[in-house]
Design a protein around this ligand. Structure first.
Ligand SMILES: [Zn+2]
Length: 442
């Protein structure tokens, strides 16, 4: 195959195609047709492909599958990667994160997001939901990296002074949405930090703006036990989800709750009733000892559960494969049941269910979806032995390392070529982030 392979208006044949549809259908060999707009036109067994190919035909080795979806990230926090090692959440936030974030400047954001994008893409993540300040700069960096982004402009009341009060921040969100480039790669969203850092009036206003502009909202919910206890005491015993529901945030608004660790049965039922999705961040939650979200209970109740890396400050690497593995491991330990979350479930959460939680046309290799595609090298020793399709799915989750992700396309554009991200100047971005980190250390 040529080194750079543009897939728009092309037909791609491969040894295997894992569609990540509800049945986790695997075609061997398989074929995917892509239209001129970078969407999938057809996918299926090679023998059933339509007589007329959309254009040029290519044959590649290995397995094609949809790009992975990160439902909760803070890309610019790559400049704070791994800091505050060993501190619990509250001390980690107040002593290490917030003082440094207050010194972050708008012009730090593009390089940091670009570096994060190159890392995401090399891990096979083609869509990310980003919650942070300076959303326009995040959108610019993601577009330039050729990565799909759901960009949530963040509101936070206990914020650095330069951000202004919540009303001016909300004006900023509305401005970002208005000025957001009309590009299928970027979807704007509102990011309310959390019920502990955004007050009742501001949360009501977030709901109003979301309904008015038909925007989804993402918010950290019940990440730590301490957060739930103190908020609950201040609101007559109501849990964080109940409090958000009472403020009208779930009425006619698509909400994505990040973390959602400390939920009781009534909270889960509330989420299910209002169609609230969860971005499960098992690595970050485990590292900060925040707890383990009730993933099996959420999924059983019909709550869509996606996976999130969280920011690199607590998630360290930006690897959704690792989150999928951790999700399965922790769900099994929590339930004391090895069947609690199967390999196919974890892969679905990283692809189809993640895309559904974000409302993005990706996550499966099906007609109409964006051609966000990974090529995985089936010759990798991590696939040996495999005798049937179930082995292949299991190896994909448990034993196949990042090195097996050889090529990544977003809307048919080749953004990782033979393991290397070609859309970001990684050395320049890394040098800029290194300089930023030194400056904000104070
Ligand atoms: Zn977060």
């Amino acid at each position: 195959m040529p080194r750079v392979l543009n897939l728009t208006g092309a037909r791609l044949h491969a040894d295997a195609v894992l569609t990540c549809d509800a049945a986790m259908t695997l075609h061997r060999p398989g074929t995917v047709d892509i239209d001129d707009d970078g969407r999938i036109k057809w996918s299926g067994p090679t023998g059933d492909a339509p007589a007329r190919a959309p254009g040029v035909e290519h044959r590649v080795e290995g397995l094609l599958m949809p790009g992975l979806v990160n439902a909760h990230g803070h890309a610019p926090m790559i400049a704070l990667r791994g800091l505050g090692e060993g501190l619990p959440l509250h001390r980690w936030l107040t002593e290490v994160m917030w003082p440094r974030e207050a010194r972050l400047r708008a012009d730090d954001i593009v390089a940091a997001t670009s570096l994060a994008a190159s890392e995401y893409l090399c891990y096979g993540v083609t869509t990310t939901c980003e919650m942070y300040f300076h959303p326009a700069r995040i959108a610019t960096a993601l577009r330039s990296a050729g990565m799909r982004g759901v960009v949530a402009a963040a509101i936070m009341e206990a914020a650095p002074e330069w951000l202004g009060d919540w009303r001016s921040q909300l004006d900023g969100v509305a401005r970002f949405v208005e000025e957001c480039p009309s590009d299928p790669l970027i979807t704007p969203m509102i990011g309310a930090h959390s019920a502990y850092l955004v007050g009742d009036d501001a949360l009501r206003a977030v709901g109003d703006l979301a309904r008015l502009q038909q925007l989804a909202v993402t918010i950290h919910v019940a990440e730590s036990a301490h957060e739930s206890d103190s908020l609950s005491a201040a609101h007559g015993g109501a849990s964080v989800p109940r409090l958000l529901a009472d403020l009208g945030l779930f009425d006619g608004v698509r909400v994505l709750a990040a973390h959602a660790v400390w939920l009781d049965d009534a909270d889960i039922e509330l989420f299910a009733r209002h169609g609230v999705a969860v971005a499960h961040c098992p690595g970050s939650n485990a590292k900060l000892a925040s707890g383990t979200a009730r993933v099996r209970d959420l999924r059983t109740a019909g709550v869509p559960v996606a996976l999130g890396t969280d920011g690199a400050a607590s998630g360290d690497d930006l690897d959704i494969w690792e989150e999928a593995r951790l999700a399965a491991l922790l769900a099994r330990l929590q339930a004391d049941d090895a069947t609690a979350l199967q390999a196919a479930d974890a892969i679905a959460m990283a692809t189809r269910e993640g895309a559904a939680a974000l409302g993005v046309d990706a996550g499966t290799l099906a007609p109409g979806r964006f051609a966000d595609i990974l090529r995985i090298d089936l010759r990798d020793p991590g696939f040996v032995p495999h005798l049937d399709d179930a082995d292949l799915l299991a190896h994909l989750l448990w034993s196949v390392p990042r090195r097996a992700i050889r090529d990544v396309w977003v809307a048919g554009r080749h953004v990782v070529v033979d393991g290397e991200c070609t859309t970001v100047d990684v050395d320049a971005a890394a040098a800029a982030v290194q300089a930023t980190a030194a400056r904000i250390a104070g």
